[in-house]
Design a protein around this ligand. Structure first.
Ligand code: PEP
Ligand code: MN
Length: 341
């Protein structure tokens, strides 16, 4: 349930109303927008009589929120959330970022790739140190040493680092290393203990959509993180599994406007995992930008044939740089068309 507060309400009146609601055993979430203040009420709201709330002077109107996701719901928070990822990089609310780097951190080539993606215009560096591999016999990543390489590269280049955490027991290590954004991969999208653990921190979380997750299930994953107190969540469409076998996954471009409609959280498009093949990655990237993605996450490798993982979908630095030129043009057109409307 949400209570929309009148503009004339004083901060004291607002505090008083929040306490009144919390005294009745509910959790609240106050969203102070430019034009409206909304009190989100969480709990068994069938126990609240909306007429009692509506009869209060400072309450303009009361609305039930039927969706099971509350904190992630745009009805609770009409304005876009902007996530501060560090090094001055903001995701959401009209800014546009590109996250790029190799699938796996492999060693000395990381800094070379990082410099190349930065030169091409990427604003955030990605790389997996803990890798969720289908086979236990393939490389599982460099682990903590990989995090060190990422952080060194991020510091040198002034780029926030995005890297996947797979195990709730590793979250403290990620905090100790100063990782800027913790990625939750598709395979862990519904690992609720992991979601809760990253929710207990205030480090931004990039939550990928599970391979067979519905949009609502993705939003419930975000709700797990947010319900623990971490509001810095970004959602990522990375393709879903369908009957199609010509591509690794099917890029659900629809999810981008649907998510923007349903949630205030930033939406990121990952054309690399969505397509699985270098030759298609750029087209999917352009589609994501045109559909209104707040950021892209793209895998880049200096020698894709030798990559430890996902070489088949990696762009070379040259291909990435070419893609960035077109991405910038499409983004300009999107912004211009929004301004015109
Ligand atoms: C990755 O980003 O390298 C990755 C493993 O992605 P996903 O979880 O989307 O498969
Ligand atoms: Mn990958």
């Amino acid at each position: 349930m949400i209570a929309v507060v009148r503009e004339s309400a004083t901060p004291e009146q607002l505090d008083h109303l929040v306490s009144w609601i919390e005294d009745r055993g509910f959790r609240t979430n106050v969203s102070q927008g430019a034009s409206e203040t909304i009190i989100g009420i969480i709990g068994d709201t069938t126990r609240i009589d909306p007429f009692i709330l509506e009869s209060m002077d400072i309450v303009d109107r009361v609305q039930r929120v039927s969706e099971p996701y509350k904190l992630a719901n745009r009805k609770f928070h009409p304005e876009d959330t902007v996530v501060d990822c560090g090094h001055g990089v903001l995701v959401g609310g009209g800014s546009f970022q590109v996250i790029a780097g190799p699938c796996s951190v492999e060693g000395d080539n990381l800094i070379k790739i990082a410099r190349a993606v930065k030169a091409a215009g990427a604003t955030m560096l990605r790389g997996g140190a803990f890798k969720p591999r289908t086979s236990p016999y393939t490389s599982q990543g460099m682990g903590a040493e990989g995090l060190d390489l990422l952080m060194e590269a991020g510091e040198e280049l002034g780029m926030p680092v995005v890297t996947e955490v797979m195990d709730p027991r590793d979250v403290q290590l990620f905090l100790d290393k100063g990782v800027n954004v913790m990625q939750i991969g598709a395979r862990n999208a519904q690992n609720f203990s992991l979601l809760r653990e990253v929710g207990k921190t205030n480090v931004p979380v990039l939550l990928k959509r599970g391979m067979s997750e519905t949009i609502d299930e993705l939003l419930m994953g975000a709700e797990y993180v947010m319900s623990e107190g971490n509001a810095n969540v970004m959602l990522c469409e990375r393709g879903i599994r369908t009957f199609e076998t010509r591509t690794r996954n099917t890029f659900d471009v629809n999810a981008i406007p649907v998510l923007h409609h349903l949630t205030h959280l930033p939406v990121i498009g990952d054309p690399s995992h969505a397509t699985g093949y270098t030759r298609y990655v750029r087209s999917a990237a352009y589609a994501a930008v045109a559909a209104g993605a707040d950021a892209l996450e793209i895998e880049v490798h200096d020698c894709p044939a030798k990559a430890w993982s996902d070489g088949a979908q990696a762009l070379t630095p040259e291909q990435f740089s070419d893609a960035m030129r077109r991405i910038a043009l499409i983004r300009e057109a999107v912004v211009a068309s929004v301004e015109e409307a």
